[in-house]
Write a protein that binds this ligand. Sequence first.
Ligand SMILES: [Zn+2]
Length: 328
Amino acid sequence: MNAKRWSSTHAGSTPAENRHGALLATALEYAARGWAVFPLTPGSKRPATPRHPAAECDHTDPWCRREHTGWEQRATTDPDRITRAWTARPYGIGIACGPSGLLVIDTDTPKPGAATAPGEDTLAALTAAHGRTEGLPATWTTRTPSGGVHRYYTTAHLPTPLGNTAGRLGALIDTRGQGGYVVAPPTTTDAGRYEVTAQIEATPLPAWLVQRLTPRPVEPSGVRELRPVTDRSAYLRAVLAKEAEHVREAPEGGRNHALFLAARCLGEFVAGGSLSEGEAAGVLLDACTAHYGKPANDPKRPPFTEAEAYKTIRSGIRRGATKPRTAA
Ligand SMILES: [Zn+2]
């Protein structure tokens, strides 16, 4: 592909030229994965353009003729634009998480002498508290110069994008989604170099994290508020438990159908206002856990994944929405 051709024919012979070549080649590789990149001012973590905040836009920047255009809108997967930008200067690489369909979990290390636990420890404890003793699913991971860790999870399967959070999952744990970006390897800033530590495909964000990171829906005025979980009727709790059990116990050949029927049933309660779509999907995705990675009956089909489960759940919930039901 482009990146390889460029790096083999244009790589220079000095370390600086090699670093420059590696930045361009890697920016193109990210773009080929569908990750939208944009240039960072060399040596810093700041976007190279625009050079002005939205409030000070005078519309003289060619990108801002009609309206102010920020780094997120300028981020691209277009190899020509990337080649032009990174041939001009050895820019650092920013990845715009939202347009890339990524949610990056960013853990940091405490300042020397601070009493706060490292973000990694808090994240591990949180993961274990959700019953995931095996830890978070392995995914594309990088390390920052300050010892921080960036785990890249895919969110393209979610109905609505997740935004950024700071400390919602715990101290020294941030997440970057829509409206956020990460500095990507092999960018070097004054603080040091960003490096890939797990060069594997980015995997879907686990369902329990989707739930934790999904903002509570804002109900338009006049619409009854969702009941808090503690208020939930015994009837609805029983429905959730029964549907989750149907999914868990489904035989391999019937799991997708069982999942659809369960989602359709919960979709009726979602439409009736007793349950949020995120909660319904979360319960069902959790129930699917045992099925993930198991081969389909047909050996030619790939193993069952969370993304596939989510697709079935969404279509079931949509079907259920045609028959609203309430749990008294
Ligand atoms: Zn502007």
